[in-house]
Design a protein around this ligand. Structure first.
Ligand SMILES: Cc1cc2nc3c(=O)[nH]c(=O)nc-3n(C[C@H](O)[C@H](O)[C@H](O)COP(=O)(O)OP(=O)(O)OC[C@H]3O[C@@H](n4cnc5c(N)ncnc54)[C@H](O)[C@@H]3O)c2cc1C
Length: 345
């Protein structure tokens, strides 16, 4: 039986980052992923780095998110240096676009909320916002600049983190499904795998299986995660360029260094995963159309993606059940750890 200092179930961004830190600290580390490491939520995400709460339920984790945000530049530098790969970190802030007729009131609420949580947020007049981001839709009423926020190319980051972990001595295994935590009396002794109840022993056992964590026997009490839903499309447009993350209540846009713009949409109201799935395809497109696009040129790419990408959406729908979204519930806090996805690339 193999023995490690630390055995990690799940090779996404979180499992990979933990492996990197522990390997750099001199521990013998192994990461076990049931499929290809780094191809679940860490592959699907938008890469927005924001300590701002998405809902009232996530307010309690804002201090943790702020502390994490402060560490990010150093984390990125470390990963890029060891891996030799660029991870597309863009510390350029977020512009929150307000379109409602009641934008003045919404503006003061957003500013008060952010300031109350110790987060920087500056009110911006519509004209000034369009000077910062010329592609913004002229229907814009007002905006909020959140200068401390950033984005990263999460696919590049996850690849680089796993590479840096390997280069630092961690072993990363693909196709190794963990079924349960191995308990030896009160002690956690390692991991048990699907293949013939095989075990690895470890001094420290870490569950980092994202939205799948509750399926590992023994972990469900610590990580009672459940699905939540999101949608994502990658767009390219010759007419639209954006510098920062653009955020509105219906849709968000995230620029990548390679010119792509990711368009995403949460699905907080989804009462059931299946029901949300049925209407999900049109949801993202409708958000784009209803806004006329948060950015002026965006109704066109959305229309194009509808023509060219409708099969892509349908295919992705069928793959959604394996790509479970998740929401970790901890007392009063709902922390999103991943959610369903559809991608058109
Ligand atoms: C559409 C979408 C948009 C998002 N946008 C953002 C965003 O803008 N900003 C942000 O901060 N976050 C965002 N997120 C959330 C973010 O992607 C996740 O929080 C993050 O990637 C979670 O990383 P992870 O390593 O915990 O999980 P994952 O990347 O899901 O990794 C878990 C790994 O565990 C493996 N695994 C599962 N079960 C087992 C098992 N039994 N045995 C072994 N291995 C197992 C899986 O194969 C997988 O590789 C988004 C998520 C999605 C889906």
């Amino acid at each position: 039986m193999k023995t490690f200092d630390a055995a990690i179930a799940g090779g996404g961004l979180i499992g990979g980052s933990i492996a990197l830190e522990l390997a750099q600290a001199g521990l013998r580390v192994a990461v076990f992923d049931q499929a290809d490491p780094g191809r679940e939520a860490s592959w699907a995400g938008a890469g927005i780095l924001s300590p701002a709460p998405e809902s009232a339920a996530t307010i309690p984790i804002v201090p943790l998110a702020k502390a994490s945000m402060a560490l990010y530049p150093q984390f990125v530098e470390n990963v890029e240096e060891i891996s030799g790969q660029n991870v597309g970190f863009r510390p350029k802030g977020t512009l929150q676009a307000l379109f409602s007729r009641d934008a003045a009131r919404e503006l003061s609420t957003v500013i008060a909320l952010h300031h109350g949580l110790g987060l920087k947020a500056e009110p911006i007049r519509a004209d000034d916002a369009r000077e910062l981001e010329p592609a913004l839709n002229p229907e814009l009423e007002a905006a909020v600049l959140r200068p401390e926020e950033a984005s990263v190319d999460n696919r590049a980051l996850t690849r680089a983190v796993l590479d840096a972990a390997r280069k630092s001595g961690a072993e990363v295994f693909a196709g190794r499904k963990v079924t349960s935590i191995w308990r030896d009396g009160e002690r956690c002794a390692g991991l048990i795998f699907a293949e013939e109840d095989e075990k690895v022993s470890a001094k420290w056992t870490i569950i980092a299986a994202g939205s799948f964590s509750a399926r590992i026997a023994g972990a469900e009490g610590y990580a009672p995660v459940k699905p939540a839903k999101g949608q994502m499309a990658a767009l390219r447009s010759n007419d639209v360029e954006i510098e920062r993350v653009l955020w509105s209540d219906k849709i968000y846009l995230v620029p990548r260094n390679d010119g792509r713009i990711l368009a995403g949409r949460g699905w907080p109201g989804a009462a059931s995963f299946r029901r949300a799935e049925a209407g999900a395809g049109s949801g993202l497109r409708a958000s784009g159309r209803n806004l006329g696009g948060i950015a002026a040129g965006f109704s066109r790419p959305f229309a194009d993606s509808r023509r060219r990408g409708s099969r892509g959406i349908a295919d992705c729908h069928r793959s959604l059940p394996q790509r479970h979204p998740a929401c970790a519930r901890h007392g009063a806090t709902d922390a999103r750890v991943g959610h369903g996805v559809e991608l058109m690339h």
